[in-house]
Design a protein around this ligand. Sequence first.
Ligand SMILES: *Cc1c(COP(=O)(O)O)cnc(C)c1O
Length: 224
Amino acid sequence: MISENLAHIRATIPEGVTLVAVSKYHPVAALQEAYDAGQRVFGESREMELRDKVKVLPDDIEWHFIGHLQTNKVKYIAPFVTLIHSIDSERLLDEVEKQAVKNNRTIPVLLQLHVAQEESKWGFTPDELIELAKSCDMKSRWPHVEFKGLMGMASFVDDPEQWRQEFRRIVATRDELLKVATCPFADPNNITMSFGMSEDYPIAIQEGSNMVRVGTAIFGAREY
Ligand SMILES: *Cc1c(COP(=O)(O)O)cnc(C)c1O
């Protein structure tokens, strides 16, 4: 039961940690069930699927985009998206900036860090991010983009110790960024740290996550 899963997870998450219900590939009825159980923050990873779900679900949902975002599809989510977790290139930032202007808004984002061992995961390396932040021109290059924090994913391995080490790299990168330049973050005292999924969110929270993205543990297995 979705509502029971949600209640269980909420009971284990401390105050100050935001639970993003990752509803990708699940039908609207499942999201509605979570909504009826009080959930208001949902994460999706495909642009068109998100656009279609927004049309039929309640207005007060905060929609997060968490998957790899294609430059040519930013336009479909730009009007309403509350937070893009998965900024992984400067080219994508250029497009988000452009679409934010078109929609007469500012778009909050997280910068995705690549800390996992798999090549297939997207994101900046810690060094690339520090290089990007150093020049301190992020606000002038992308004035309609609000840099809220960092996002990362641990490796697909069954090794909690490795997850922990990778989460520590995300936190260390934030600390390093704050040392070289506080300027990239919209609010350096309130940085969103998005890491932790169904399997590893308890460890993620121990390591300093304040936003967990949980799918399977709420909605069950996904059908692709
Ligand atoms: C699918 C997905 C999740 C949720 O994964 P679960 O293991 O089902 O909790 C979290 N983050 C991202 C980026 C995802 O694509």
